[in-house]
Design a protein around this ligand. Structure first.
Ligand SMILES: *Cc1c(COP(=O)(O)O)cnc(C)c1O
Length: 461
């Protein structure tokens, strides 16, 4: 199994190389050269298996010969052992033919743990075998950073630096990043918004001198191994609702297009997914693109679902690559145009995108109203991101079961939940002292040179 860049100018890599590299050297993202197929009988055979066993069968073909069979099984077992629910990703019924896939039972209470816990174990195994070390730098709108720090803290071969937009993450998110005591993790509060953080991260990857000097590795949602880990729960959810014998639809609260792209991969592998619905908050570039065929950025407006306050959806490049028949040059050109504000998508590519996805956008008021209504009707307390998903899903209910992804635990966003329901959701017991732990964080400027110095001065050698 080989991985190729969406811009067509970087060398093809193995799974392990693509994972350790993150962003391709031509600025593109790695995607598998071919998508492994699961036949109907293979999907039927997943019924009744543990989450870990499904994960093994779904991911194994993508990994190639990089990890041995039992080594990979052990890695998966370790990755999910810290989850707080035996099913790992339980399904809860919300209404007639509408289900919620709870993805927030991991150690930092958001779906990012599914990918990050796995990637932590994969990095550790690969680096120990190679006798190498790396510097992980990540940009986060809140949840990726806490999940990355949780997954990599204390590892010998890794230093972790997380950039988050100062003042724009929730207090629980911030404390999850600033309270770990391990000296290999560094929380950096940067002036600007999430897109600024993401842009600086990209600049560091494109500064090859720095990149090679510190052995930069990326674990943002552009990392293929993260997308792969997220493919698994589409299978467990669909199979428990009758796949492959009946189709299932999914609605996905979307920011960087990672989670929904994983659903698209599941469909390409053969899982019968009827609809894949993009749900955005007021930062709705993806919804506008689906309507207009124009991918154009505008400023980010902070919302009560901050993990989706994004204008440039990195992983969208991966689906564009398929929409343009895997023409890396065409994608390179579009991404150049994006630097000056946006691009028009060709008619053929838009037809492809509209066959694969539908979309909806939710206002702040609607998000609160849904949190309130779902609590009143079912007792389930949604986080604001999940509420964006549920609101959009309600427009797409029908004879096919609909699964909405619940991407975070409500206690991660207690202010928004309390404003909607008058209930302040409490943290799970393991995290109950989060507000008593001392914080450690550095304020940093939105300046590439300063950021690189900061990192160089703190990595262990
Ligand atoms: C990251 C995140 C999202 C957006 O996911 P993408 O894969 O970036 O589209 C939605 N909700 C929560 C809680 C998140 O942490």
């Amino acid at each position: 199994m080989r991985y190729i860049s969406t811009r067509g100018q970087a060398p093809a890599l193995t799974f392990e190389q693509a994972m350790l590299t993150g962003l391709a050297r031509d600025g593109g993202l790695y995607v598998p050269e071919t998508i492994p197929q699961m036949a109907s009988a293979d999907i039927s055979a997943l019924a009744g298996l543990s989450y870990e066993d499904v994960a093994y069968r779904v991911m194994r073909p993508f990994v190639g010969t990089c990890f041995g069979d039992s080594e990979f099984q052990d890695i998966i077992a370790r990755a999910y052992s810290g989850f707080n629910h035996d099913a790992r990703a339980p399904l809860v019924q919300l209404g007639a033919n509408h289900f919620l896939l709870e993805l927030f039972h991991g150690p930092t209470l958001a779906f990012k743990d599914f990918a990050m816990q796995l990637i932590g174990q994969l990095f550790q195994a690969a680096l120990a075998r190679r006798g190498e070390r790396v510097t992980i730098v990540g940009a986060t709108s809140g949840d990726t950073g806490s999940a990355a720090i949780e997954a990599f803290r204390g590892l010998d071969n890794v230093d972790v630096f997380i950039l988050y937009p100062h003042g724009r993450v929730s207090e629980v998110q911030r404390r999850q990043m600033t309270t770990p005591v391990e000296s290999n993790v560094h929380a950096m509060a940067m002036d600007g918004d999430f897109d600024d953080c993401q842009a600086k991260l990209k600049d560091m990857f494109n500064d090859f001198t720095f990149r090679d000097e510190v052995r930069l590795a990326g674990v943002n949602s552009i990392n293929w191994a993260r997308v792969l880990a997220q493919v698994v729960y589409y299978f467990t959810a669909a199979v428990s609702l009758g796949a492959p014998h009946r189709p299932v639809s999914f609605t996905i609260p979307t920011g960087n297009f990672g989670d929904i792209f994983a659903g698209y991969i599941a469909r390409r592998m053969g899982l019968p997914i009827e609809k894949l619905v993009i749900a955005t908050n007021q930062n709705d570039i993806l919804h506008r693109t689906m309507l207009s065929g124009q991918y154009r950025t505008s400023g980010v407006t902070p919302s009560i679902s901050p993990s989706m306050d994004i204008q440039v959806s990195s992983n969208f490049e991966r689906v564009l690559f398929d929409a343009y028949d895997r023409d890396g040059n065409a994608i390179g050109q579009l991404m150049d145009e994006l630097k000056s504000g946006g691009f028009a998508i060709s008619q053929g590519a838009m037809e492809f995108l509209r066959e694969q996805f539908t979309s909806g956008r939710v206002s702040e008021e609607q998000t609160s109203a849904t949190i309130r209504a779902v609590h009143a009707q079912s007792g389930e307390i949604l986080c604001p991101h999940s509420a964006v998903g549920v609101t959009v899903a309600q427009d797409h209910l029908g004879p096919t079961p609909m699964v909405t992804l619940a991407t975070a635990h409500p206690a991660k966003f207690p202010d928004a939940v309390e404003a909607a329901t008058s209930i302040r959701p409490g943290l799970p017991e393991a995290m109950a002292d989060l507000f008593d732990r001392p914080e450690r964080v550095s304020r940093v400027a939105n300046d590439l040179g300063e950021l690189e110095e900061f990192i160089k001065n703190r990595i262990r050698t």
